[in-house]
Design a protein around this ligand. Structure first.
Ligand code: CTP
Ligand code: CA
Length: 236
């Protein structure tokens, strides 16, 4: 909520938020995607605008939000271009997008046919095609690299983690925060029925500089957003 302390505390700050799952095309009608709805990123953009920030939202999900400049994108490469361009002028960049780690190595300009196809792997028969993937650039890593020794912009990452035999959700998250070198990592536990597309979210906000982590939720994505901006505001 727009408490007195929050009202205008981001005034004049230029904020870039990425949101949604990228779509990596295979042919004109098909893509590889993920279940990210973009809702948390859109809520972050609206919350920042309410607190006075100038907000650029780079998103793969349709959006028409009050006080927010929306840059629509589909692929990770498009998102990279739009985010890096906006970040050059930004005080804060929040990577809430679910950026595809991989994209199909080739794009078929005509629809891939079930039979007698020239498949993406170059074969031409009735067998099922093999989709070869290549790595997408890591936008967050590039932001950290570009910033270098400067402390601006403040860079916030998101991590969708599940626990596994190698560690808990938070173990993986702390390791990721160190590896990524961003200032803040917002961690949510994912799995079936958790987070994706839901209106509520439960997150832990970690700071690389140390200090207490902040746990929020289950709460609306608006409430989670304000908690993220509260942490970011202490770093500006
Ligand atoms: N991210 C990014 N560019 C990518 C992949 C991820 O900028 N190509 C960003 C996401 O927007 C998020 C953060 O990096 O803010 C962490 O994403 P995540 O998928 O959790 O981390 P990865 O480094 O991709 O590791 P993995 O998927 O193997 O867990
Ligand atoms: Ca990833």
């Amino acid at each position: 909520a727009l408490t007195p302390e929050r009202r205008g505390d981001l005034t004049g700050r230029r904020v870039v938020v990425s949101a949604g799952g990228t779509r990596e095309p295979l042919d004109p009608v098909r893509y590889l995607g993920n279940r990210s709805s973009g809702k948390q990123g859109h809520a972050l953009a609206v919350a920042a605008a309410e607190r006075g920030a100038r907000v650029t939202l780079v998103t793969s999900a349709a959006a028409d939000l009050p006080g927010v400049e929306v840059v629509p994108v589909e692929t990770a490469l498009q998102m990279r271009g739009a985010v890096l361009a906006a970040a050059a002028e930004g005080d804060v960049v929040v990577m809430a997008a679910a950026v595809a780690d991989f994209r199909p190595a080739t794009y078929a300009p005509a629809k891939i046919k079930k039979t007698h196809a020239t498949h993406v792997d170059g074969t031409d028969d009735d067998s099922a095609p093999t989709i070869t993937l290549v790595r997408n650039p890591d936008i967050l890593a590039e932001l950290v690299q570009t910033r270098g020794a400067s402390d601006s912009p403040v860079i916030v990452g998101f991590a969708a983690e599940t626990g596994d035999d190698d560690g808990s959700v938070l173990d993986h998250a702390r390791a990721k925060l160190e590896r990524k070198g961003c200032d803040v990592l917002v961690v949510n536990e994912v799995g079936e029925d958790k987070t994706f597309g839901a209106d509520d979210n439960t997150v832990t906000i970690l700071r690389r500089s140390g200090g207490q982590s902040v746990e929020v939720g289950p709460a609306t994505k608006a409430v989670v957003s304000d908690a993220v901006w509260d942490v970011v505001a202490t770093l500006l």
